[in-house]
Every structure is written in C-alpha cells, then in structure tokens.
Write a protein that binds this ligand. Structure first.
Ligand code: PEP
Ligand code: MN
Length: 669
C-alpha cells in the first residue's frame, strides 16, 4: 500500500468513528428527551449549551482546532438534537406511509423543501407533484394527501399573493414551516459559453430573482415557464444548445443538464419559506418554540387595526409578520395575515386570541406550529478573546516613524433620549455593549480576507471590515479590487458568520454595494460629500460615518443629520483622528470627543485607533485608552502580513497583537 492509500484508509476509519459517535450522541439525546418528557423540563438549557461550547472550544484549542470549526460543528450537532427532541414531542404518527402534495414536478424547490422537512421520515413519505397551488390544497382537503406544501414568501421576490388568498378559504391548518435557501443554477444541454445562450426558461418567480444576471447575457430573452423543473425538461427535450433553464442543481442532475453557472440569483441571501398544511391542527408541546398564524379582518373604522395590534402588544406577543390582502369583492377592505411567536395552547396566547375575536370582524386561526428558526448558542466573547493559547509573538518593531504618508436635530439627545441600538445581523451596536470590527484596510485576495475573517472569529471579533473601493491620497496607489473584492469579502463574511463593513465612494455604488454589505462605510474624506450622504440616507443599510479629518463635532453631527433626514436612522459615528499640527502620528485621536458626543447624540460611537495612529505600535495603547472613555466599540486594521499590505500596512496589527488586544479588552476584569 502506498502512503496516500494508507492515509486515506486511516481517514476512512476516523470518519467511521465520527459517524458512530454521532449515532451514539443522537441515541443519548433521545434518552434525554424521554427523561425530560417525564420530568417536564424544557428542551433547551441555554446555560448548559453555553458551558458545553466553552469547554469544547477550550479543549479543541488544546488539540489545535479553531473555535469557529468547533462552534460550527457543534451548532449542527446541538441543532440535530433539538430537531429530534422536538419531533419526539410532536404527535406525528410514524407507523403509516404519508403522502405529501406539492406544486410542480420532481426536482422542484417545493419538493426539496418537503424532503428537508420530512428528512427523519423519508422512508415513510411519498411526494406527489400537482400542477397548481390550488390542487395542493384540494389534495389535502379531499384526503388524497396527508400534507400539502406551499411556498408563502421569498426574501427577494416577496409574498406569494395567490397562496395567501388560498389560505383564507382552505379548510386546512398550518402544521409546520420550512425555510429553504434557493440557489439557482443556469443549466443547458452542453457546456457552451454564456454568450451563446439566447433563451432562458424558468418560473416567473425564479426569473425575477435573477433579473440582473439574465439582463447581462447578450441578446438573451427571459422566457417565463410554468415551473422551474419543467423548464429543465423543456431544455433537455429541445436539445437546442442556445437554450438554458434556471432551476435547482438537483433538477439539473435529475434531468441530465450541465451546470453553466451556479448562484445566478441577484441577492446572495435568497430564501423561500414554505408552509406545511394538514387537515387537523398540530398539537405542539409547550416546550417547543412555536409560531401561530391568524387571519383577521377589522371594521372599516379609524384605528380598528391599531386596536387589534395593541391587544397583542398588551399580551406581550411578538409579531413576526403582518401582511394585508384585499377582500375579494369588497373595495378597499382588507384581510390581515398575522404571524406571531407563541402557541395557541398557552393560556396567554389563547386569551389574547379570545380578546382579539371581539376586536375584529372575523378571525381564523391557521395554526400553531414549531418555528423553524432555532436560536444558536454563541460562545461568549470572553471564551474567545485572545484566540489561540499562545499567539506567536509579534516581530520587534523598527523604531521608524510613520512612513505613509446646534444645527442638527434628529441626531440630538434632545430629540431622542435613549441610546440608538443598531442591530447588524444580530450584533448590537450602541447601548451597553462593546463591539469590535476588524479586518484589513483593503481586500487584497481571497486567501488574505479569509485568513483575517477566521482569525477575527477565533478571537471574538464581531464584524469584518475590508475596503474594496479605496479613497487613496495618490491616484497611483492601490485603489482596491472593486466588486471582485466585495464578493471575496462577502464570501468570507458568510463562511465565518461575520457581518461585513465596506466603504462606498460614489452615489452610484450605494445600491450595488448594499447588495453585499451589511454596513456601508463613509470615509473621512467623504464626510461632507452631501450627495453620497443623501444616497446612503435613502438606503436601508446601517452607515458607519467617519469623522472628517478637518471637521468639528458639530459638522460631524450635521453630516449624520443628512443621512437621518433622508430616512435612514441607522448611523454609527466613528472617531478616527483629526488633523492637527502634530506630525508624529498620522492624525490626532480626539478621545475627548467621545464623552462629549455621547452627551450630544443618541447615535452609537466607535473609535478607529488605526487611522488615527498610522503606526502599529500605538494602536493597542490608543485602543485601550479609547475603551476607557466609553465608546460603543472599536474598528481596527489587521493583516496576516502587514509588511506586504497594499495599503496602510504600517498601522495594521499582526494577528498576535490583535489577539492580545482582544484579551486585554474582554478579559480585563
Ligand atoms: C479606512 O477605513 O480604510 C479608511 C480609508 O478610513 P478613513 O476614511 O478614516 O481614512
Ligand atoms: Mn485604511
């Protein structure tokens, strides 16, 4: 046996042990739920999960495994336990074969969603495709199917009106939901260049989700078709290499087409939510986090909807969706579809629904069902801060000096006394927390940004920064990788579950950059670029506004005012040093401005010690000093090899220094 083969066979036996361990763990989880069922204890114990994860991270690190890997693997494992514990508590009859009706043919997204939902019971489940949504409902109502699957909303195309209308008349209950990531592929009979494609067939919804992509194909026409999987069959049968279909990878594989391009959807986060319908409502154990869906109509009087919603608020019910649809034949009268967190079997929810009955003209409970979104346990930052046990010491620093070169209202405390807290994919900026954003000055390569993201996650940093459009003093300096860099940044952010921050330089870039970025940065040099401020003010992305290097606090707050005034209330201020007569540092970090700004405004304030210092040896002392004056967080530049950085290398922290900084901030008690 040669070496390679021997190693492969060792890997196979390790994999075998992993499988056995997973199966053993699943069995134990099952035993736990039986014990919990007996005692009535809740399914989840957040403290135990957190402790479990902290121990695993510590032990994993001793074995050279990074925290992100451990967290990701154990999220899946914990989630599997919860899923199987929940299924144990559902009154699902496992003895008989179940028929599930969906719209479309084999390979359709509805079928994929069904396979995901019924995964533990695939042996006992038959999927039956029917041509229309209405036929899905009829199949379940007539007893031809036990369950029906209907898509209700998509993150880029919005709600499916037809499905909402069907729900109001159907004699069915919602018993479950499934959310499926929609990854669209361009499929054709041969591997031809994209420029050869003249017609692209798919369901109108799928075409709508990749409108931008299709419009960029030269001389190519979008052809709406009844169903995405049927479009695949059409392309296969026509055998015309200038035709393509947009559908799932599975449909392509099933019907023998080649994948010309993956992920052709315009929006990266493209998800569709499906409902699972049955004749009888589900009885869901109170320990399972639930959602309830209702349809109400209110009298055509002023404030009647408000009264109904206030009632839910009084019962502390959290709405997750409110949708209105016109009532057929009654002009300007509406049905309201409401989803909220809670189970109709809880007294509080039952009482709220009873009260709601008297405040509405009609009310139909569509069902209470397990919510698909299960909160993930995150390791506490203190567990992570500092990263690996013994970071490589930073190379000695050469002793060299820097080489590289109340007029506002909405922003004022008077207008809003409480701190504004901005939630960026679950990370809260503002208020009592302290958030660290880190990353390179500029995205330089896939490898560089991935290395940074991985290390930031390992140390407990919460957001990833990286410039793709760089405002450089000299036109001959590196200007950034543009959209190519942005794709790398977005990919690294997704991979390591870090929201991303990147700078926009021109109003025309705001919309395309917002498709990727979670936070738009306005650089110091653009703080008074009013057309840019107005444009980000019209976007719905949080904005990190840097203080101009020649700006007073009042000018700074007025720049924020532009963004607020245009309708975007999510502004994060950032002090990054101002220009003074001093030349020993790149700029002078105005730490005195932090407590003053905190008094003047409710907006969150971050500090960027990197651009203020311009030199690495001062970044940690300035960051620690900044931490002491009470901002809501820091933004720092790091680089895997600062000496080779294409921009701002002299101020970028080495990874080990970043680990040290994180430890000193979060473990200094
Ligand atoms: C940056 O964050 O990379 C940057 C260019 O910052 P500033 O606008 O503060 O100079
Ligand atoms: Mn920079």
């Amino acid at each position: 046996m040669d070496d390679l083969e021997r190693i492969r066979s060792e890997i196979n036996s390790v994999d075998e042990r992993i499988l056995e361990a997973l199966a053993d763990r699943r069995k134990l989880a099952q035993k736990i739920i039986e014990a919990k069922d007996h005692l009535g204890t809740p399914i989840r114990d957040a403290m135990r999960e957190e402790q479990l994860l902290a121990n695993l991270i510590a032990r994993g690190r001793n074995q050279g495994l990074d925290a992100h890997l451990i967290t990701r693997v154990f999220h899946e494992i914990i989630d599997d336990s919860i899923r199987s514990q929940q299924l144990h508590l559902l009154d699902y009859d496992k003895s008989e074969l179940k028929r599930v009706a969906f719209q479309g043919i084999e390979g359709a997204y509805s079928e994929l969603a069904g396979k995901k939902y019924f995964a533990p019971y695939l042996d006992q489940t038959v999927f039956v495709g029917v041509p229309t949504f209405e036929q899905v409902v009829n199949a379940v109502e007539d007893g031809d199917a036990d369950y029906g699957l209907l898509p209700v909303e998509n993150t880029s195309a919005g709600s499916m009106n037809e499905v909402y209308d069907l729900l109001s008349c159907a004699q069915l209950s919602i018993v479950g939901e499934e959310v499926l990531r929609i990854e669209l592929c361009l499929l054709a009979t041969d591997e031809v260049p994209l420029s050869n494609i003249r017609h692209v067939y798919s369901h109108p919804q799928a075409l709508a989700q990749c409108m931008k992509f299709v419009s960029k194909l030269p001389n190519c026409q979008a052809m709406p078709y009844a169903d995405s999987a049927m479009a695949v069959i059409k392309v296969r049968d026509e055998k015309d290499p200038s035709m393509a279909a947009i559908a799932s990878e599975e449909a392509g594989r099933l019907y023998g087409l080649k994948i010309l391009q993956r992920n052709v959807e315009d929006q990266q986060n493209n998800y569709t939510r499906f409902l699972i319908l049955a004749k009888r409502p589900a009885r869901v154990d109170l320990r399972i986090p639930c959602k309830t869906s209702l349809i109400i109509s209110t009298s055509h009087e002023e404030g009647s909807l408000l009264k109904a919603l206030t009632l839910l608020h009084e019962y502390k019910i959290n709405l997750s969706k409110l949708e209105s649809r016109p009532i057929p034949g009654m002009s300007f009268q509406y049905l309201f579809y409401i989803d909220f967190e809670g189970n109709i079997a809880e007294d509080r929810v039952a009482q709220a629904v009873e009260q709601l009955r008297s405040a509405t003209t009609s009310l139909k409970v569509l069902g209470s069902y397990p919510a698909q979104h299960r909160a993930k346990t995150s390791p506490r930052i203190e567990t992570l801060a500092g990263g690996p046990p013994e970071p490589e010491p930073a190379p000695p620093e050469p002793a060299a000096e820097i080489k590289e070169a109340v007029s506002y209202k909405l922003a004022s405390r008077g207008r809003k006394a409480d701190d504004t807290i901005i939630s960026v994919r679950g990370v809260k900026i503002g208020g009592p927390g302290f958030v660290v954003i880190a990353g390179p000055c500029a995205v330089e390569s896939r490898e560089q940004i991935h290395k940074c993201a991985r290390y930031i996650k390992e140390c407990g940093g919460q957001l990833l920064r990286g410039g793709c459009f760089k405002p450089r003093t000299s036109p001959y300096s590196f200007q950034g990788l543009g959209f190519e860099g942005l794709e790398m940044l977005a990919e690294a952010g997704r991979e390591y579950d870090l929201p991303i921050v990147t700078e926009v330089l021109s109003p025309a870039d705001v919309e395309p950059v917002s498709r990727y970025a979670d936070v738009l940065q306005i650089g110091a040099r653009n703080m008074q670029n009013f057309s840019l401020l107005s444009e980000v003010g019209r976007s719905n992305r949080p904005v990190l506004l840097k203080r101009g290097m020649m700006s007073t606090m009042e000018e700074f707050l007025n720049a924020a005012e532009y963004i607020l005034d245009r309708g975007n209330h999510q502004v994060i201020l950032c002090e990054r040093g101002i220009r003074t007569f001093e030349t020993a540092t790149r700029n002078t970090l105005d730490l005195g401005s932090i407590p003053i700004l905190k008094r003047l405004t409710h907006l969150p304030i971050m500090v960027d010690p990197s651009h203020a210092a311009g030199r690495r040896d001062l970044v940690i002392p300035l960051a620690l000093a900044a931490h002491a004056v009470g901002p809501h967080g820091l933004i720092v530049e790091i680089h895997p090899e600062p000496e080779k950085a294409l921009s701002d290398g002299p101020q970028a922290l080495h990874f080990s220094q970043f680990a040290d900084l994180m430890r000193r901030i979060y473990q200094s008690k």
